[in-house]
Design a binder for this molecule. Structure first.
Ligand code: HEM
Length: 477
């Protein structure tokens, strides 16, 4: 195959691979940073060998556009992680299915039945109740002079916003040890999913499962499915039981309505996988974005004041922020864009795969190569952004640039046919959570801490966490 490769063209430049391990050691603990440094040397289209796997790293808007849009068809599938063996991901999961009939059907259900503005408006009240709970919790912390772990509060709220939107219930409680089971399962599943799996670099290890990742994933998935089974069965029963069952405005109801009237391929099993995917893809990403936004606002008190003043003017004192207010809050929107520019939760998006050998900028991308789009590098590139390392929401105020996948310098949700289908819900949840936290409370850092001392180190994983959790004291207005 080496011979064939030489004939079919040359690979993009990249660091020289060691035998067997290739460039794995060059990744280090923060691969997004290591790869950003390497791409400064080798360019925005770079080739590495990670174990046995050909890997292409894309680090410019121009090449991202070629990969995700111009040649979108060729790069529309994904490399499947070894943990997928745990539950047939590649056959059932929206995130991993190749772009074909099953995937299209699920995307259509997401777009039309779940994340349309009509459906999201209908479920808004469910989310508003969860924000009230967040407020109550923070309020209690005020009274007891207790510090808030903002990432944790955001995670609980994201999980509850998701479970309310989908099922009209809460999956997690503040300050309680009981009924945390679902929260712990989802946390655990995310942790095993995020652990770098040796078997992904050395497919031969797939059957050995050296770190027990497949085993753990299997056991977590089984537990989540027990919860989902119950919820779906209960709902089916209440729907079938009487004609006047209370109609719920959640997305489970919407899907069941849809599959009742359509001979769609949505079996019970596929529905469970879809729900699991939505939780896994939507909870952490959302809460991490909120934690980063709060981190930057606490580091930059003058930006915090601007955002609070805007809320005071547009929403008004003693009024809860609602999703319909977001469109009238341009500064808040810029705060979120700026957060996603600098702290994109998925530093490499979700890896894609080359379906066939293909030429880009004169170089050959070999068939089956894994494609990482380094949005972390793009967001911090001084050729694209003025003062990339300073948090300046203002840069977006007078620019027509958004993250819906058409401006390739800002693609935290990806682009093209596989762009994040949950974007419309993520958009609402992130804005409304940050707005609620800053409109109803002032925030103080721990005694003696200066704004610029708030830690912004990152911990690499499936999504980029803060290395040190953000903690702050709320003060009632
Ligand atoms: C701030 C929050 C979020 C961010 C930054 C984010 C980001 C992303 C990214 C980068 C991708 C891969 C896109 C690509 O390959 O081009 C993706 C895919 C996906 N996201 Fe999100 N996401 C967020 C929230 C959500 C939410 C709330 C949901 C569901 C309710 C969700 C569901 C999904 C699913 C199912 C996929 C896989 C789609 C496919 O492969 O066809 N995401 N997301």
């Amino acid at each position: 195959s080496n011979l064939r490769r030489q004939r079919s063209g040359k690979l993009p430049p990249g660091p020289y691979p060691f035998p067997i391990i290739g460039n794995i050691l060059q990744l280090g603990k923060t691969p997004h940073q290591s790869l950003t440094k390497l791409s400064k040397i080798y360019g925005p289209l770079m080739y590495l060998k990670l174990g046995r796997r050909n890997t292409i790293v894309v680090s410019s808007p121009d090449i991202a556009k070629q990969v995700l849009q111009k040649h979108g068809q060729v790069f529309s599938s994904r490399t499947i992680p070894a943990a997928s063996a745990a539950y047939d991901l590649s056959l059932k999961s929206l995130v991993w299915l190749p772009v074909a009939c099953k995937w299209r059907n699920l995307r259509k259900i997401c777009k039309e039945q779940m994340f349309s503005s009509h459906r999201l408006d209908a479920s808004q009240r469910l989310r508003q109740e969860k924000l009230k709970k967040l407020c109550d919790y923070v309020h209690d912390c005020c009274i007891n002079d207790q510090v808030v772990d903002i990432g944790d509060a955001a995670f609980i709220t994201s999980l509850n916003l998701m479970s309310a939107t989908l099922f009209s219930i809460d999956f997690a409680q503040f300050n309680s040890d009981s009924s945390q089971q679902t929260k712990e399962i989802i946390r655990g599943l995310m942790e095993v999913a995020a652990a770098p799996n040796l078997a992904d670099f050395f497919p031969v290890l797939q059957f050995v499962d050296p770190q027990g990742i497949v085993r753990k994933t299997k056991s977590y998935v089984a537990k989540v499915f027990v919860v989902f089974d119950d919820l779906i069965n209960q709902r089916l029963k209440s729907r079938g039981g009487s004609l006047d069952h209370p109609v719920k405005n959640d997305l489970l109801e919407a899907i069941l309505d849809h599959s009742q009237t359509n001979e769609s391929e949505l079996t019970f099993d596929v529905l469970k996988h879809l729900l699991l995917d939505l939780f896994l893809a939507g909870t952490d990403t959302t809460s991490i974005t909120v934690e980063w936004a709060m981190t930057e606002l606490l580091r930059n008190p003058e930006k915090m004041s601007k955002a609070k003043n805007e809320l005071m003017t547009v929403v008004g004192r003693n009024k809860q922020v609602e999703e319909s207010d977001i469109s009238r809050l341009p500064y808040l929107q810029s705060v979120i864009k700026e957060t996603l520019r600098y702290h994109s939760p998925g530093p490499f998006l979700i890896p894609r795969k080359a379906e066939v050998d293909i030429k880009i900028n004169g170089y050959t991308i070999p068939k089956d190569a894994q494609i990482l789009v380094n949005v972390w590098a793009i967001g911090r590139d001084s050729n694209i952004w003025l003062n990339p390392d300073s948090f300046e929401p203002e840069r977006f105020l007078d620019r027509e640039i958004d993250f819906t996948g058409r401006d390739f310098e800002l693609i935290p949700f990806g682009s093209g046919r596989r762009i994040c289908p949950g974007l419309p819900l993520a958009y609402r949840m992130v804005h409304i959570m940050v707005a609620t936290l800053i409109h109803n409370f002032d925030w103080k850092l721990e005694q003696g801490m200066k704004p610029k001392e708030v830690d912004i180190n990152e911990k690499f994983g499936l999504s980029l966490q803060k290395a040190v959790p953000l903690k702050a004291f709320p003060v009632k207005l």
